[in-house]
Design a protein around this ligand. Structure first.
Ligand code: SAM
Length: 224
């Protein structure tokens, strides 16, 4: 049976128009809806832990569905929260800055100067970078980047009472955009995080939500 598309999904995005979709069925209307739905997988974990959140938030790779601006979360964020995004797509950056009160770092995670650039920008903006972030979210991005470099770079920036929330299915997404440095398995992500020095605060493997996923979904919460 043909799956029907809910009218309420906003899937027409600036610079990534459905009528000029270069990525075929991996990024058609149904794939976008799957991305939106599976991007929400972190919400229950964010809500469950919101009482212990500090005020500095960083979302990495929000695309056009920033989880930190989800309706469900708004009443549970601390009063004076500061939301930052890290993104390298200029269309996304323009859209985010028009719609939301946030600060955006335009950076390429795969650049060899990524750590240096981020620490410089954080220091210019906030005065320091060490132990700065209380909550970092990375949902469905580690297939697209050098995730070891990303997790390593974030370690000094995470507050001692802070958490990183990760949501990912290995090898699921838009293959042509995948990074050579993507994880090969959920266990590899866990082992890499531990080797960097993170503690595993919570881990869960979830079954497929659609028929499409090649692997189980990993929900991982890291602390220092
Ligand atoms: C599949 S989208 C994830 C969207 C959303 N977080 C979710 O859970 O569905 C991947 C995101 O990673 C960003 N991204 C990919 N490669 C990147 C890079 N090298 N540097 C910074 N951001 C990158 C993309 O622009 C996009 O926002």
């Amino acid at each position: 049976m043909q799956k029907s598309i809910e009218k309420s999904y906003q899937i027409e995005w600036p610079g990534w128009s459905l009528s000029d979709n270069k990525y075929g069925k991996e990024f058609d209307a149904e794939a976008r809806i799957r991305m939106i739905e599976t991007g929400r997988k972190l919400l229950p974990y964010l809500l469950d832990n919101s009482a212990i959140f500090g005020e500095n938030f960083l979302e990495i790779g929000p695309f056009f569905t920033p989880i930190l601006f989800s309706e469900e979360l708004q009443n549970y964020l601390p009063k004076n929260h500061n939301i930052n995004f890290l993104e390298n797509d200029q269309n996304v950056i323009n859209w985010l800055s028009e719609k939301f009160r946030c600060f955006i770092f335009k950076l390429n995670i795969d650049s060899t100067t990524f750590f240096h650039d981020l620490t410089q920008k954080m220091t210019a903006q906030f005065g320091y970078y060490k132990d700065f972030y209380d909550v970092v979210t990375m949902s469905q991005i580690v297939n697209y980047v050098d995730y070891k470099q990303l997790l390593t770079s974030l370690f000094p920036m995470l507050n001692k009472e802070g958490y990183i929330f990760l949501n990912n299915v290995v090898d699921y997404g838009i293959p042509i955009l995948f990074s050579e440095q993507r994880p090969k398995s959920n266990q590899e992500i866990i082992d890499t995080a531990k080797a960097i020095g993170y503690k595993i605060y919570y881990k869960e493997e979830q079954p497929k939500m659609f028929d499409e996923e090649p692997n189980k979904r990993l929900i991982l919460i890291l602390s220092k």
